[in-house]
Design a binder for this molecule. Structure first.
Ligand code: SAM
Length: 258
């Protein structure tokens, strides 16, 4: 599976299949990387969000949305997977959940949100869709609002080595891959859960936002917070822990709309 056309078939179904196993495996607080890298990095990047309105695009089972809601923000969680939304809704009734495709015009008026977050979503969106969806992000953000994204760190080649058709020599070329969710405890039943994954260098995302007139406020490679060490058993050994600590899995970009 290595072409865009192959991946485009039934793309929503891939995500629908992931929802329940993901929720069962990761629960209320989320997986190790959400708890000890992603959520702390988003929290730090957004600062005080009490009373702010935040749109979480591609919100999945709601791991990030719940964290933001717990800090006093008004959250709208949008996803095209009805199963993801149902699970997210069951865990937090205060969050407004909307089923929509984020690559279509967004169902909100102009200048509606203080912030937009897109966590581990843009790598699932085709190039042309990503560019047009940024027009929508810009439209729904208030002036002075911000958009924070987290995408895979393409420089951390080791995390992609297990993916079929991954070629570490093609750093600058978009690679259309499938991400196998192997840690959900379901592969024993021969059930295979995989989702589309487009591996691109960070410069692709930077360029796409710059072209839309966003101003870069932060570019960080978030690492494990100290508390992660106390949960070492979840990543099995110190080698994996050190690798996650020293060679970050993600990049975080925070963009300002003037
Ligand atoms: C890897 S999950 C990330 C979920 C969440 N942001 C988090 O960090 O826990 C990607 C999510 O994006 C959603 N998604 C993918 N493409 C989408 C699209 N075109 N429109 C809306 N949601 C989409 C999927 O259904 C899935 O829930």
């Amino acid at each position: 599976m290595n072409s865009k056309d192959n991946l485009q078939n039934d793309v929503l179904n891939y995500w629908q299949n992931l929802a329940t196993p993901c929720d069962k495996a990761y629960g209320e607080l989320g997986d190790y990387l959400h708890r000890f890298v992603i959520n702390p990095a988003i929290e730090k990047a957004l600062g005080d969000i009490n009373g702010k309105s935040i749109l979480d695009l591609g919100s999945g089972i709601g791991t990030v949305a719940r964290m933001l809601s717990s800090k006093g923000a008004d959250i709208v969680a949008l996803d095209f997977s009805s199963r993801m939304l149902a699970l997210s809704r069951s865990r937090n009734k205060h969050i407004q959940h909307i089923q929509a495709d984020l690559t279509n015009p967004l169902p909100f008026p102009e200048e509606n949100f203080d912030s937009v977050v897109e966590v581990m979503v843009l790598q699932a969106i085709w190039d042309d869709q990503l560019k047009s969806s940024l027009n929508e992000v810009k439209r729904v953000l208030k002036k002075g609002g911000n958009c924070t994204i987290i995408v895979p760190n393409s420089a951390r080649a080791e995390q992609f080595r297990g993916l079929a058709n991954y070629n570490p020599e093609l750093y600058l070329t978009a690679q259309y891959l499938m991400h196998e969710w192997r840690d959900l405890g379901i592969n024993g039943n021969n059930q295979r859960i995989a989702t589309p994954f487009i591996l691109r260098p960070s410069q692709f995302y930077i360029q796409a936002f710059l072209e839309k007139g966003f101003i870069l406020q932060e570019f960080i490679e978030p690492s494990l917070i100290d508390e992660a060490w106390q949960h070492l058993d979840e990543v099995h050994n110190t080698h994996t822990f050190n690798s996650l600590k020293e060679r970050p899995s993600f990049v975080l970009l925070k963009w300002l709309k003037l």
